[in-house]
Design a protein around this ligand. Structure first.
Ligand SMILES: [Zn+2]
Length: 215
């Protein structure tokens, strides 16, 4: 292992810049935040994609959002099988320990994970079908979504599948007994969003009107 190698210099410089400015100017607040525990308003589940900047688009400060990121912002179905499940652990902690009032699933345009799922399900990505593909097996979560978009005109399928990634996740969230219980007792609300960085837009899923609409 090469863990002893120095950090890239840009990371070192940016850290010292942050410490000398943002941290220095707000020291008392940071210390209060450290000792007071976290009380985030909401959990956000977003893609790992470096262009999806949750804290930037919502103007969030430290301590405000409990953020979980994974490929294509997916929540798997509830599966209490004794195996390690990172996303399910984050959902459990947010809902049962932190008791967040909102869980937001944030999908996005030009999602590489969703594109991979589309390629795999349409037979164009045999490598993703391999048992050894972590991305492929993770994207299996979205297969039910592919079935729902495959009849659409080809140019519309990818963004529809990005939105299906949000809807499948919302459906799967409701299979977690503690999520369902919190939603039914109105302590928790689930929200589905989709953002386009290029267009600077944010759309919200509206179950009554159907589909996603600009916020
Ligand atoms: Zn993505």
């Amino acid at each position: 292992m090469n863990l002893a190698r120095p950090l890239p210099s840009y990371l070192v410089q940016r850290f010292h810049g942050w410490r000398a400015t943002t941290w220095q100017d707000n020291k008392a607040w940071y210390r209060k935040l450290a000792t007071g525990g976290q009380h985030p308003r909401a959990m956000v589940i977003s893609c790992c994609d470096s262009r999806v900047h949750v804290t930037s688009i919502f103007g969030a400060d430290e301590g405000e959002f409990f953020i979980h990121r994974n490929i294509a912002n997916l929540v798997p179905p509830y599966q209490a099988d004794g195996e390690p499940h990172g996303t399910s652990a984050a959902v459990e902690y947010a809902v049962t320990a932190l008791k967040v009032a909102h869980v937001v699933v944030l999908g996005h345009a030009n999602c590489g994970g969703v594109k991979g799922c589309h390629d795999m399900c349409s037979g164009h990505a045999p490598a993703l079908e391999e048992k050894s593909s972590f991305v492929g097996r993770w994207m299996d979560i979205l297969r039910p979504g592919y079935e729902r978009v495959v009849q659409l005109p080809a140019p519309d399928q990818l963004s529809a599948l990005e939105k299906e990634a949000v809807l499948v996740s919302l459906e799967n969230l409701m299979t977690f007994p503690f999520v369902r219980a919190a939603v039914e007792s109105e302590e928790l609300t689930l929200h589905g969003l989709w953002t386009s960085t290029g267009e600077g837009t944010l759309e919200q899923y509206d179950p009554e009107r159907g589909g996603f609409h600009p916020v």
